[in-house]
Ligand binder design. Structure first.
Ligand SMILES: Cc1cc2nc3c(=O)[nH]c(=O)nc-3n(C[C@H](O)[C@H](O)[C@H](O)COP(=O)(O)OP(=O)(O)OC[C@H]3O[C@@H](n4cnc5c(N)ncnc54)[C@H](O)[C@@H]3O)c2cc1C
Length: 416
């Protein structure tokens, strides 16, 4: 089914009786050429690009629950490409370009909104660091502008500019950054992949792998055995559990990250803003809720809920930047399970078993990477060779020490 103006008009006159399902729920076939485990953003994007770019026509996505209930539907919806290191910035810029054309390529309204991402700085040292980052972005084809405090005052007059501890000194703005409605990304990719013949199989948990002569032959699932030629694992916070079935210990810890949404307010925050003196980021949804978040909860967990101490810490950071936040009532909170890698950067690579591929380690930044991750993972699975944009996202870097330490904070997930 195509979504277009004529169809909307016809359905409006027809009492909306003619809409078809966004994707078909099917039972698994006995065999697929490629199985993608995990129906989150990355798994669904991989399946879509496998079919659309690499012409793989016998592909299934196996999702243990329902599409969109993992991190893809739990994040704070921010997209950006404001990275520093040469291993990261071209990849995230490619992703941002794919976001810019996403709705057309999926024929689905994901509410991509390039409303700008502003990183506030509070010291001369931070200004220099952001200037360096901005220069790296521009050299790699991304957009970046350094704003002084007066320019920020015109955009956000209600910040606490003269806070003695955290004076606002300026900010790095990426105008092309913004937000995307997260669950529509899952639905859109599922819709478009399904239209190209990909089977989307929900409530189908992969329990184990069948391996012969160090090569994958299929997977055991809650819906029975399915044979296949290749498997792509894109299960985010469950990566350690899934890969432990292959006796692998990944350089990944699972941590909870929470999101918070306030009651609906009139439009007040036009873009995305991050605080530079604590971990706090905020935007406003189209429905009016202030959507914000901060640090991971700081202990290993697979729970999809967080604790009150982190809530307090996030709200304190928020109020240090915009005291008016204290007058606002919190409506909802939830948590997601983050696959925190040891250097804060992702892994898209082969593993020691032939024809099994791994996509993991997204930490709390994997939403913005969804299109590029799907594209590059599809390339790896289909061709067996890494796409040039992910040639550094190897598993081996944790053995040979060539880590991608974007934040310069070392091998401690709770710090990056
Ligand atoms: C509160 C919060 C805020 C965030 N904010 C941002 C942000 O603003 N910007 C940003 O870029 N990123 C953000 N992120 C991170 C981002 O959401 C994740 O990095 C990204 O969504 C992970 O990839 P995914 O979408 O494929 O994961 P998921 O949606 O979690 O997909 C993995 C899927 O695998 C399934 N699965 C697991 N095990 C199995 C199995 N054995 N068999 C079958 N299926 C299985 C799960 O059910 C799940 O649906 C945030 C995350 C959270 C929780």
């Amino acid at each position: 089914m195509n979504y277009n103006f004529l169809k909307l008009l016809i359905e409006g006159l027809n009492n909306n009786k003619g809409w078809l399902k966004t994707w078909e729920n099917v039972n698994p076939k006995k065999h697929y050429d490629i199985i993608v485990i995990g129906g989150g953003g990355h798994g669904l994007a991989t399946a879509f690009y496998l079919a659309s770019e690499y012409k793989e026509m016998n592909v299934a996505v196996l999702e243990r629950g329902d599409i969109g209930l993992g991190n893809v539907g739990r994040n704070t919806t921010i997209i950006r490409s404001n990275y520093l290191l040469k291993e990261n910035i071209p990849f995230y810029e490619f992703s941002l370009k794919l976001w810019e054309g996403l709705e057309k390529s999926l024929n689905y309204n994901a509410m991509v909104s390039q409303r700008g991402v502003l990183n506030i700085f509070h010291s001369d040292y931070q200004r220099d660091a952001y200037t360096r980052r901005g220069n790296s972005m521009i050299l790699n084809g991304a957009d970046a502008e350094l704003l002084n405090v007066d320019e920020i005052k015109r955009m956000y007059p209600f910040f606490d500019y003269d806070n003695a501890r955290f004076p606002v000194k300026g900010g790095l703005l990426q105008r092309r950054g913004g937000t995307v409605r997260h669950d529509a990304v899952a639905w859109g990719y599922a819709h478009a992949a399904n239209k190209l013949g990909v089977d989307i199989i929900q409530n189908c948990e992969v329990i184990n792998f069948r391996i012969k002569k160090n090569k994958v032959e299929g997977v055991d699932t809650s819906k029975g055995y399915i044979s296949c030629k290749k498997v792509g694992c894109a299960v985010a916070g469950s990566s350690s559990i899934l890969l432990s079935k292959l006796n692998m210990q990944l350089p990944i810890e699972s941590h909870v990250l929470q999101a918070f949404v306030s009651e609906s307010l009139k439009p007040v925050i036009s873009g995305v803003v991050t605080f530079g003196a604590g971990h706090f980021y905020i935007s406003q949804s189209n429905k009016g809720g202030l959507v914000f978040g901060g640090d991971i909860d700081g202990y290993n967990s697979y729970a999809q809920r967080g604790n009150l101490a982190t809530l307090e810490d996030v709200c304190e950071s928020g109020m240090a930047l915009m005291p008016m936040l204290g007058n606002c009532r919190l409506l909802r909170t939830w948590g997601g399970t983050m696959d925190m890698s040891m250097d804060g950067s992702p892994i898209i690579d082969k593993i020691h078993i032939k024809n099994i591929f791994l996509n993991a380690g997204w930490c709390y930044g994997g939403f913005k990477a969804t299109p590029a991750s799907g594209w590059c993972f599809a390339h790896l699975i289909s061709t067996g060779k890494p796409h040039k944009l992910i040639s550094d996202f190897t598993l081996n870097r944790f053995y040979d020490g060539s880590i991608i330490d974007e934040k310069g904070q070392g091998a401690q997930p709770n710090l990056h």
